[in-house]
Design a protein around this ligand. Structure first.
Ligand code: SF4
Ligand code: SF4
Length: 105
């Protein structure tokens, strides 16, 4: 018979781990300024009030390049620099997840 002290156990994190695969693309509602040319297709770009190029967002607030079925970026290889530098599980990422109304609160 195995006693409980011998049973291997896994320490579970106290909070769910933030990962893009368990997120509804919370950060893809932020304004994304295009500061370098990464090949974003023109149809996803618009000019803001200050003349800067930004990712176009649809009426629901999400980026026009977000695939609504998978909730993944449809232009991942060409995504803007800001999107590349937005780090999963960073303080900004966790803030965005907390700020979404829904299951991440
Ligand atoms: S970086 Fe963070 S907020 Fe953005 S999709 Fe991934 S888990 Fe969600
Ligand atoms: S370009 Fe892609 S990663 Fe960046 S905000 Fe749009 S959908 Fe998200």
């Amino acid at each position: 018979m195995t006693n409980s002290a011998q049973i291997p156990h896994t320490q579970l994190p106290s909070e769910p781990v933030a990962h893009c695969s368990n997120c509804a693309a919370c950060c893809c509602q932020l304004e994304v300024l295009l500061i370098t040319d990464t090949g974003v297709p023109q149809r996803f770009i618009e000019t803001d009030a200050w003349g800067g190029e930004v990712m176009r967002r649809l009426d629901d607030g999400w980026c026009a390049a977000l695939d609504r079925d998978s909730m993944l970026c449809s232009i991942y290889e060409q995504r803007p620099l800001i999107c590349r530098e937005f780090e999963m599980s960073s303080a900004e990422c966790l803030d965005e997840r907390r700020g979404m109304t829904g299951i991440y609160r």
